[in-house]
Ligand binder design. Structure first.
Ligand code: SF4
Length: 312
């Protein structure tokens, strides 16, 4: 990883930041902070164990029914807590090899386009990708994880929408962490996706000093749901190097999350999840059973018992 992680902010996002507020939550997510130089022993270069499940360059097969592709290392801007910033460089995905792998595994029903940010790919890139994947009959679900609708909602070319097949289920998962990130331009872009038949989910990272506040989280999830986006995941922060100033303890996170119950319409409440280090997959944080100071026990999706130590 380049150190320090370069600062990169879109002009759209810059305009959302309040320059008079030294504690602006949006600024904290994109401006360099010298505390990033403090690397804790518990922090990991590959915090969610992507490499353990890499079956081809850029292709991760962690769960039986879905694969995830690291489509590009590029993002519209750099989140200071990015969980994939320390992965070693890799050659770009080979889409004919990826489609051959998926063809051979009929249990794979879904492909997740991740990164980096897949919406930074060009239309010719997508034409080639879709040409490879569209013929796979058992691959029903295309899911795209992106922060572009928040960081640069006017960047997408209008031709993008006509590229997608209408016989696949298309879902956009928007990475959004604060209600002030949902601009009129973001809402307009979501409407365009909806007009073209896309479904919406969101994912949010729980960050100290940014959104560790029940009023902020309530407003965020309500605003998303009101705009047709189902809040999907609230992520406990991964053990990313140099992010301890953003970290909450498991018990604090759980307290915040349980305080939201009953105050939001049911579908507006996401699942609060932890991606277990070592590549064991996601578990709802409420499944963790405390077995000692900072020690938790949990069964993952394979029914394996995992011991998790809270790095807080
Ligand atoms: S959008 Fe995701 S991949 Fe891109 S910098 Fe932010 S956390 Fe990292």
């Amino acid at each position: 990883m380049k150190y320090p992680w370069p600062q990169s902010i879109t002009s759209h996002y810059h305009r959302l930041i309040d320059p008079t507020d030294s504690q602006d939550p949006l600024a904290k997510m994109v401006f360099y902070d010298s505390r990033e130089e403090n690397i804790a022993k518990t922090e990991l270069l590959d915090p969610i164990g992507d490499q353990k499940h890499q079956v081809l360059p850029c292709l991760i097969h962690r769960y039986p029914g879905s694969v995830l592709v690291l489509t590009t290392p590029t993002c519209p801007q750099n989140c200071r807590f990015c969980f994939r910033r320390c992965l070693p460089p890799s050659p770009p995905p080979n889409w004919s090899k990826i489609s051959a792998y998926i063809q051979k595994h009929p249990q794979i029903k879904e492909i997740i386009f991740s990164g980096g940010d897949p919406l930074t790919l060009t239309n010719p890139n997508w034409i080639q990708i879709i040409k490879n994947l569209k013929p796979i009959k058992h691959l029903h679900f295309f899911r795209l994880h992106s922060r572009l609708p928040i960081a640069d909602p006017q960047a997408l070319s209008p031709d993008f929408f006509s590229l997608w097949p209408d016989d696949k289920n298309l879902t956009l998962v928007v990475h959004v962490n604060h209600p002030r990130e949902i601009s009129p331009q973001t809402i307009k872009l979501l409407k365009t996706f909806r007009q073209h038949g896309w479904h919406f989910l969101s994912q949010t990272v729980l960050l100290k000093g940014v959104n560790d506040n029940s009023q902020v989280l309530k407003k965020l999830f309500l605003d998303l749901w009101q705009n047709g986006v189902k809040p999907y995941y609230l992520h406990h922060l991964d053990s990313v190097p140099g992010t301890s100033h953003f970290r909450l303890s498991i018990s604090r996170g759980l307290k915040l999350f349980t305080g939201l119950r009953g105050h939001l319409p049911g579908p507006a409440l996401p699942t609060y999840v932890l991606d277990l280090p070592g590549g064991f997959g996601k578990v709802p944080v409420s499944w963790l059973k405390k077995i000692g100071p900072k020690k938790y026990q949990v069964k993952n999706f394979q029914e394996k018992t995992i011991i998790y130590t809270d790095p807080f």
